[in-house]
Design a binder for this molecule. Sequence first.
Ligand code: GRF
Length: 201
Amino acid sequence: MKRLAILVSGRGSNFEAIARNIREDKLDAEIAAVVANNPEAKALDTARSLGLNAISLPSKGIDSDTYAAQVRDALAPLHIDLICLAGFMRRVGQPLLDAYPQRILNIHPSLLPSFPGLHVQQQALDYGVKWSGCTVHFVDAGVDSGPIVAQAAVPIVEGDTADTLAARILVEEHKIFSEAIAVVLGGKYRIEGRRVVRLTQ
Ligand code: GRF
């Protein structure tokens, strides 16, 4: 069974969707650890209530590379196949990227390369785009910049606020993250430059 580590900072609805898909046999994997950089993260309580290995590893006041080394060391004994950033609000430092080359996925609530960074639903509304969505991508040293595994588009409707748009996008996030995880765990793809090419056999 392939083993996931899920990194979270807050609410954890994407983590819950992954856990649900595993429980319902829609995703063949197990969650070996849920790591929160914020000790107050609701996701930690959820992980504990699901009987999962919940690790609180506060990042406050610690630089990205030092923190990444701490996460790497915490995960080392757990034989993790894939790290999933599910609302993880810290930049991933080099020690973790080096330890898990092309084995870290992130979910981002926009159609990248549009609107990387923070407050992206508001950015999409302010820009006046008619469609937004979400993206699952491999994590590299940039911000929301690695090769794209999956995307889903979501329409922007009259009267949308950042909150209503975020909620509509979240529904799709909960689907495509598990789909992308299945693709990567299945191994039937090749990364060609920026492109993640699915292999049929
Ligand atoms: C999601 O919109 C995700 O795309 C972004 O942060 C939010 C986290 O939500 N990176 P949750 O913690 O998974 O509920």
